[in-house]
Design a protein around this ligand. Structure first.
Ligand SMILES: C[S@@+](CC[C@H](N)C(=O)[O-])C[C@H]1O[C@@H](n2cnc3c(N)ncnc32)[C@H](O)[C@@H]1O
Length: 197
């Protein structure tokens, strides 16, 4: 029997995703990129009340965006300030034949959060506090940038409309404004769903 086109799409598995990365990113993946199992839960929490425009704040090579786009019909927009990661992310999106995701190469400081109705945050700014273990040397890292980025993100999230969903994975949640209420958590408290009051 003839197979339909979708049956030929590259399966989204940890192994297939990892095989598309250079060796240094395969090694970093464990601490820098969301496991697919977590991405599946986060996508459900962000989108189970309807189709969303999701922003991944610090998208890396697009692993969360790829997973979210495969697991739902929402649109996943990633922001990544390292040019090489954003470029690779968009190549990977094409390799998985995904239409509902894109990685934009810019700094989160230049993004208008009001264009989105759901957000994902995997501790993107923490690298500024551990710059000896930095992912690569494409950006400047410092303790003062850490505070600058999380303060900015907190202010932008505060401007979003009531009902906006946010999932955080790890981190101290300094970016989450008081106007967001924690609804539930999983994975020993490292994965949290917040909703804007
Ligand atoms: C922990 S990784 C998470 C990647 C992705 N969200 C995932 O879960 O697979 C955080 C990413 O955020 C990016 N990042 C950090 N600060 C940023 C900023 N100010 N603007 C844009 N991207 C940033 C880093 O380059 C890194 O790729």
């Amino acid at each position: 029997m003839l197979k339909t086109k979708t049956e030929y799409k590259l399966a989204l598995t940890e192994e297939n995703f990892s095989n598309l990365l250079p060796e240094y990113l395969q090694k970093a993946s464990k601490i820098y990129f969301t496991p697919l199992r977590i991405a599946q839960i986060a996508t459900q929490w962000l989108t189970d009340d309807g189709k969303k425009n999701v922003l991944d704040i610090g998208a890396g090579v697009g692993k969360f965006c790829v997973a979210g786009a495969r697991y739902s019909d929402s649109y996943f927009h990633g922001i990544e300030y390292r040019p090489s990661l954003a470029e690779l992310g968009n190549t990977i999106i094409k390799q998985f034949e995904i239409k509902n995701a894109f990685i934009q190469n810019t700094n989160i400081l230049d993004v208008d959060f009001t264009n989105f109705d759901a957000f994902y945050l995997y501790n993107p700014f923490f690298e500024n506090l551990m710059f000896r273990a930095q992912l690569n040397n494409e950006v400047d890292l410092s303790g003062s940038l850490y505070g600058y980025y999380y303060n900015h993100t907190e202010k932008e999230l505060h401007k979003t409309k009531s009902g906006t969903r946010l999932v955080t994975f790890h981190g101290n949640n300094y970016e989450v404004p008081d106007s967001f209420e924690k609804i539930k958590d999983a994975e020993g408290g490292s994965l949290k769903l917040w909703v804007k009051k």
